[in-house]
Design a protein around this ligand. Structure first.
Ligand code: UT7
Length: 317
């Protein structure tokens, strides 16, 4: 597998901490100190698929390909307006592709899970070019009356075009069924036969537990990958980490013992945009000209499930 193009898109409505202070018992000081987030972009008039298609088209353009060149689309998404059809089907039509598509849900770790699936398809010659689109609107999962959760998230999309190559050096995926620390139970239509208690509530999160799992498991994943590839922490140009909380990012960086410059972040501008965080940050680095051929990158993310995923990539373009 080799990444040959990246793209991203964010909603136009930027909600600052000061705006949240107006209707929540919170403060810019608390949010900044505990999370590093200063603002997040939240869907207002846009539809998620519009952002997903925009990110996808930008990635295609960056790769120098058209939708006709794509053999498979993998869309990572937790929630959107449609339960069916899959978001990937909607994106396929919007960008004018004709290939098969599938949606996956590995929560915030979805981008790396999608890369793993893409690698398998490319390796066995079932596809030449694959489009990965991560599109998320967690702002629609939280209660905007709950200061513990709604301040943390934003919406957005990130995409990457991958092709056959040898740039994926190592990858590691994990799932542990820890369903009670982070979940969102959706409302289903009633039937005349349902006689079990059903609860529908906005996103529930045990923040401190998630924090601990995130740091412990991400450090473990990255350490294992470095050992497997024989790389030192300082051989990695950038650690592209899940953008959930600046304190989590800093804890992982401290564990690795690397300088700040190696751990880029944009959580302060976008909040946690779930699986879109990694490809969106990668796109920023790519478009800023910060990636050189041969650079070693680590991607690492964690999410509800509990899922974790990490990989080592050698940048090849
Ligand atoms: O993709 C995965 C998604 N989730 C995460 O990555 C979340 C991981 N966890 C975290 O990022 C942190 O645990 C939080 C940012 C959610 C919370 O930070 P914390 O340092 O763990 O705070 P806490 O949960 O210990 O809460 C401290 C206090 C509580 O008040 P009491 O009970 O001590 O009186 C909260 O009610 O802060 C209160 N609090 C707030 N205060 C002002 C919670 N949210 C807010 C808020 N503004 N927005």
């Amino acid at each position: 597998m080799k990444i040959i193009g990246t793209g991203s898109a964010h909603p136009k409505c930027a909600v600052t901490n000061e705006m949240l202070e107006k209707f929540l018992d919170t403060s810019d000081e608390w949010i900044t100190e505990r999370t590093g987030i200063k603002e997040r972009c939240v869907i207002s008039s846009e539809k998620l698929e519009d952002m997903a298609a925009l990110a996808a088209n930008r990635a295609l353009e960056n790769a120098g390909l058209t939708a006709a060149d794509i053999d498979f689309i993998i869309c990572s998404n937790v929630v959107n307006e449609y339960v069916t059809p899959a978001l990937s089907c909607i994106i396929q039509g919007m960008i004018g592709a004709t290939c098969p598509t599938v949606d996956i849900n590995a929560a915030c770790a979805g981008f790396v899970f999608a890369m793993d699936m893409a690698e398998d398809k490319l390796k066995c010659n079932k596809a030449k070019n694959i489009l990965i689109v991560c599109a998320e609107e967690p702002s629609r999962m939280v209660s905007w009356e709950n200061r513990s959760t709604c301040v943390l998230f934003g919406d957005g999309a990130g995409a990457a075009v991958v092709t056959q190559g040898d740039d994926l050096k190592a990858i590691r995926l994990t799932t542990s069924s820890l369903t009670e620390v982070l979940y969102y139970q959706r409302h289903l239509e009633p039937t005349p036969y349902i006689d079990k208690p059903e609860e529908f509530e906005p996103l529930v999160m045990k923040g401190r537990e998630v924090f601990k799992h995130a740091v412990t498991n991400s450090c473990r994943d990255i350490r294992k990958l470095l050992n497997e590839t024989g790389l030192e922490a300082t051989d990695i140009k950038y650690y592209v980490l899940h953008q959930a909380n600046r304190r989590i990012i800093d804890s992982i960086r401290n564990f690795l013992g690397v300088e700040e410059e190696r751990v880029p972040h944009n959580v302060e501008r976008y909040g946690n945009i779930s699986s879109a965080a990694l490809p969106a940050l990668l796109d920023e680095l790519n478009r800023a000209g910060k990636l050189q051929k041969g650079d070693k990158l680590v991607f690492s993310a964690f999410g509800a499930g509990f899922t974790t995923a990490a990989c080592v990539i050698e940048w090849g373009i």
